[in-house]
Design a protein around this ligand. Structure first.
Ligand SMILES: [Zn+2]
Length: 168
């Protein structure tokens, strides 16, 4: 896998150690795995947020995820200088963690609970008026063929995947 650190990007990233660009125009978040409990987390830290173990290994997380939830923001929050509307949501990674993320909403018909998404980068406005690069998710084209309207008696979203480790 070819990785390009976000620090090489122009515009610069919101933080240098959060994500990398990988092959295919996708982006991968930089997380860590705990050698004590084997769980992953994001962002990287000196100790495991699950068990407090300090033997952690840096890992590049999956660039694909599942859309767990999202909202379209039409009113800019205080201090926000970017365009509205924009999407915010939560993506669940195969590593079993959920990440708060921007969501690309230019194809709203592709957004649904449980939709496959991929991480990409997007530009945001910083407080000083400059432009920064951050991560976002966009629906995968495959979601076009798998998209179905929910049945009237169907649950509107999939059952949340438990993140509780029974071995703890
Ligand atoms: Zn741990």
């Amino acid at each position: 896998m070819t990785e390009t650190t976000a620090a090489d990007a122009n515009p610069p990233p919101v933080h240098p150690d959060l994500f990398v660009s990988i092959a295919g125009g996708e982006t991968a978040l930089l997380g860590m795995r705990c050698e004590g409990c084997q769980r992953c987390s994001f962002p990287r830290a000196d100790v495991c947020c699950w068990c407090g173990h300090d033997d952690v290994t840096s890992v590049t997380l999956s660039s694909r995820a599942t859309l767990w939830g999202w909202a379209e923001v039409h009113t800019p929050p205080p201090g926000y200088h970017g365009a509205v509307p924009y999407g915010m949501g939560v993506a669940e990674l195969p590593e079993g963690i959920r990440v708060v993320t921007r969501v690309e909403i230019d194809q709203p018909h592709l957004l649904r609970f449980g939709a496959p998404v991929r991480f990409v980068t997007t530009e945001v406005a910083a407080d000083d008026g400059s432009t920064r690069l951050t991560w976002s998710v966009e629906p995968l084209p495959a979601s076009v063929s798998s998209r179905t309207e929910p049945e009237p008696d169907a649950e509107p979203e999939p059952e949340p995947t438990t993140t509780i480790d029974a071995n703890r």
